[in-house]
Design a protein around this ligand. Structure first.
Ligand code: ATP
Ligand code: CA
Ligand code: CA
Length: 433
């Protein structure tokens, strides 16, 4: 499971980066949210604001632990996006708050991106390549319009785009987005599906060492799995996927996948695994080096306490008060998905529950969405040019143009979307011909 990451504490190599990212987000988000809401203008899509943080602080920025520069991109657009996705501003700030909040998931892909989870596991910070950053800025308006017209989109929900830089350090671009996976349920199997078979196989024998690995298309087919949605859900799911993929095709985006996490309700949660998992985002376990923080974080605040903190934070945002770095909360898991109920594909306990042919509830909850959708066709072409001569079959195959990539993706995912009953029936039909 993705959650088993490394906690980013003060001894972690990326502590300073993580601290700076959070400090910058806190400052810029509360700054934007302190203002009266207004309609977006053309300029909002191009906007970027640069801030310098230092240990003394200045009239613009509060003092911080380290010297660093922070850039905030299109803050008003992202404020509106967060509102479309129904994030509560105080809640967003609280999640991306406090000292020991993050766990790092090294670099799961080949791209070299780093992934950080907010402490309550709701949000993911993904560092992105400069080219992806420029590309997101370029398509931001189209993305915004699409999301506005399709709040039930399956595409990654982007909540912020920022850049940090420490003196003499390199520029690190990153996005804040939704974590598709829930904090309170084990994901028994994870698949990253592209609709291609070449190179899309996770070695089954490696599963032994890494039982929670993300599997791929061939592993899916080998297990004869389906996205088990009865007629109503199937139609809604495929319709939305088609709309989302049309946008990706128009923007010449490639290489995205459908990320699918399966929670098997009969298996439920494996307590052993949960204990291990919770350590990652229940800070305090091994933070004894800082007794004050440990005490503060060890106990789980009550619902009432959380509500009070949220109220205080709202006031601070309203009156543009600086927010102390140690404002923290740790919500109970079942409170965390409130507010997602309005989003069709995330409305069954944060996911989308299987159904049968008669549309009655099934045995699994799927947590799914289209991820890694910032790769423009030209990047792949460029990378390919670089590898030319290596006769890498995989890269040749992946570089089919965006239209074909999208068609193949939709065909594959639609093809595996069927109930058990429908799959059984098909088998019988085939045997009878
Ligand atoms: P590459 O370009 O090599 O595919 P990448 O660094 O761009 O890799 P992604 O493909 O975005 O990374 O994601 C890698 C893995 O991280 C996914 O397979 C999934 O396990 C996890 N992941 C990514 N985005 C999310 C998300 N929104 N929610 C949950 N898990 C995610
Ligand atoms: Ca990917
Ligand atoms: Ca990628």
């Amino acid at each position: 499971r993705v959650v088993v990451g490394t906690k980013v504490d003060q001894n972690h190599v990326n502590w300073v980066t993580a601290y700076n990212m959070l400090t910058g987000i806190r400052f810029t988000v509360s700054r934007t949210n302190a203002k009266m809401d207004r309609d977006l203008t053309d300029a909002d899509f191009e906007a970027k604001h640069k801030f310098s943080f230092d240990i003394t602080g200045n009239e613009l920025t509060p003092s911080a632990k380290y010297d660093f520069k922070f850039k905030d991109y299109a803050p008003w657009v992202f404020r509106h996006l967060r509102s479309i996705f129904q994030l509560d501003p105080a809640d967003y700030l609280m999640s991306l708050t406090s000292k020991y909040i993050l766990s790092e998931l090294g670099s799961p892909g080949k791209s070299g991106s780093f992934f950080y989870f907010s402490r309550d596991y709701k949000y993911i910070i993904k560092t992105i390549h400069h080219a992806e950053h420029k590309f997101l800025r370029k398509i931001l308006r189209e993305y915004f319009n699409h999301v506005q017209a399709n709040p039930n989109t399956l595409l990654s929900q982007f909540y912020g785009l920022h850049r940090v830089k420490i003196p003499y350090g390199r520029k690190i671009h990153f996005v804040v987005m939704n974590n598709l996976f829930p904090p309170h349920r084990d994901i028994h199997r994870t698949f990253d599906l592209k609709g291609s078979t070449i190179g899309r196989d996770f070695k089954e024998e490696d599963l032994e060492h890494n039982p929670r690995a993300t599997l791929k298309d061939l592993n899916w087919l080998r297990r004869n799995l389906h996205l088990e949605f009865g007629p109503t859900k199937k139609k809604a799911f495929i319709d939305q996927m088609e709309k989302d993929v049309k946008l990706l095709q128009r923007l010449k985006i490639m290489d995205y996948s459908l990320l699918v996490g399966i929670h098997d309700l009969e298996r439920g949660n494996d307590e052993n695994l949960r204990d291990k998992t919770l350590q990652v985002f229940q800070p305090g376990g091994d933070t004894a080096d800082d007794p004050q923080t440990t005490n503060m974080l060890m106990r789980t605040p009550s619902k009432l306490e959380n509500a009070r903190k949220a109220r205080e934070l709202r006031q601070m945002i309203k009156y543009q008060k600086p927010i102390p770095m140690d404002q923290t909360t740790s919500k109970m898991p079942d409170e965390m998905l409130e507010g997602r109920k309005d989003f069709y594909f995330y409305s069954d306990d944060g996911g989308f529950r299987a159904t049968h042919e008669d549309d009655c509830a099934g045995e699994e909850i799927y947590y799914l969405g289209i991820i890694d959708c910032l790769t423009h066709y030209s990047f792949i072409k460029r990378a390919e040019h670089f590898f030319k001569g290596l006769t890498n079959q995989e890269s040749q195959i992946s570089a089919i143009p965006p239209d074909r990539y999208g068609d193949r993706f939709v065909r594959f995912i639609s093809g595996i979307t069927k109930t058990r009953e429908a799959a059984e029936q098909e088998k019988v039909d085939v045997e009878n011909t």
